[in-house]
Design a protein around this ligand. Structure first.
Ligand SMILES: C[S@@+](CC[C@H](N)C(=O)[O-])C[C@H]1O[C@@H](n2cnc3c(N)ncnc32)[C@H](O)[C@@H]1O
Length: 314
């Protein structure tokens, strides 16, 4: 996916066009059914691909578009300019969904989408520090304006035990102890400030990754999750969302690794048990091989859908 974006890297100008390809666009439309119109929320605007499809589905769709990354909002605003009068932008974390909906809509909503993780735009921008394949500052904050702790700060300030726990729990990294030890050892010689320093250190410390997976993949995932409190964000989102849905309202969620998907699966199961919701995709839906060929990022995606049932009259 980084290759897809490379041609955009050296373009001058304030706002680069997005290089993010939306995952499972048709299946998302099928879950959310925007052609019926109504008030929708895209909790992870990113490059605006899903948002554009929602807005194009009906002139009666209004959209609250949320992203905690201001650059994503600026970029998507250009893409969605034709729908300007039907979109409200919110630069905020999606854990604040309840108050954002109260502020901008004030009533039940017809559909909500969350497409977790990073966009290809974020990964491709070396200055954001998300990717181990290219050198950049070890930053990894999705919102550089409000989040104080960068990845470099986290690696400088955390104990070996803490690092080990994060690598094991959020990276599902088998060699968590070795890597945590190496990070703390390395600190004696100077701070880890660059993505290439961390990637090289992991490569030197553990056996090379299996298949196509770089040895540092899991470490970068774990650190990014901690920097952005990603699982707390998802947990808060999953608690806030179901009560916001109107009867017949639908929620579509795309996750990209087992930690995310587990949270979604359990939250949906609990909602279904309450008797007020229906699981639209009990096993989740994955991308077709053709889509994965076109968009390798879709490889690990799993879409889940939930519908708020209409109470029976009488
Ligand atoms: C996978 S991209 C979304 C791509 C989008 N669906 C599209 O079609 O282009 C994920 C986006 O969600 C944003 N994001 C991730 N976690 C967030 C959070 N907790 N609150 C708000 N935005 C978040 C990221 O900044 C990123 O722009």
């Amino acid at each position: 996916m980084i290759l897809v974006c490379r041609h955009l890297e050296h373009q001058p100008g304030l706002v680069k066009p997005t290089c993010h390809i939306p995952v499972m666009p048709e299946a998302v439309q099928e879950v959310l059914q925007p052609a019926r119109g109504g008030f929708f929320v895209d909790a992870t605007l990113g490059g605006g691909g899903h948002a554009e499809a929602l807005l194009a589905a009906s002139e009666d769709v209004r959209l609250l578009a949320i992203d905690r990354d201001m650059q994503a909002i600026e970029r998507a605003k250009e893409r969605l300019a034709a729908f300007e009068d039907r979109v409200i932008y919110a630069h905020a974390p999606f854990s604040a969904l309840e108050s954002l909906v109260a502020e901008h809509h004030g009533g039940p909503v017809d559909g909500i989408l969350a497409d977790f993780g990073l966009s290809s735009d974020q990964l491709a921008d070396r200055d954001r520090g998300f990717a181990f394949q290219q050198d950049g500052p070890l930053d990894m904050r999705m919102d550089q304006s409000t989040q104080k702790t960068s990845a470099a700060r986290l690696l400088a300030d955390s104990s070996e035990d803490q690092l080990e726990t994060w690598l094991r729990e959020f990276g599902e990294e088998r060699f968590s102890r070795r890597i945590a030890h190496a990070i703390v050892h390395q600190r004696r010689f100077g701070p880890l400030l660059r993505t290439s320093q961390l990637a090289d250190l992991v490569e030197r410390t553990i056996p090379s990754g299996r298949g196509n997976i770089h040895a540092a993949t899991r470490t970068f995932q774990a650190i990014r999750i901690v920097v952005n409190r990603e699982l707390d964000e998802i947990d808060a989102f999953l608690h806030a969302t179901p009560p916001l849905l109107a009867p017949g309202g639908r929620l579509a969620v795309i996750s990209f690794h087992s930690l995310e998907d587990r949270l979604v699966k359990v939250a949906f199961r609990n909602e279904v048990r309450s008797g007020n919701f229906k699981n639209l995709l009990p096993r989740g839906e994955v991308a077709t091989p053709a889509e994965v060929r076109r968009n390798p990022r879709a490889r690990s995606a799993r879409l889940r859908g939930l519908e708020r049932l209409t109470p029976e009259k009488g």
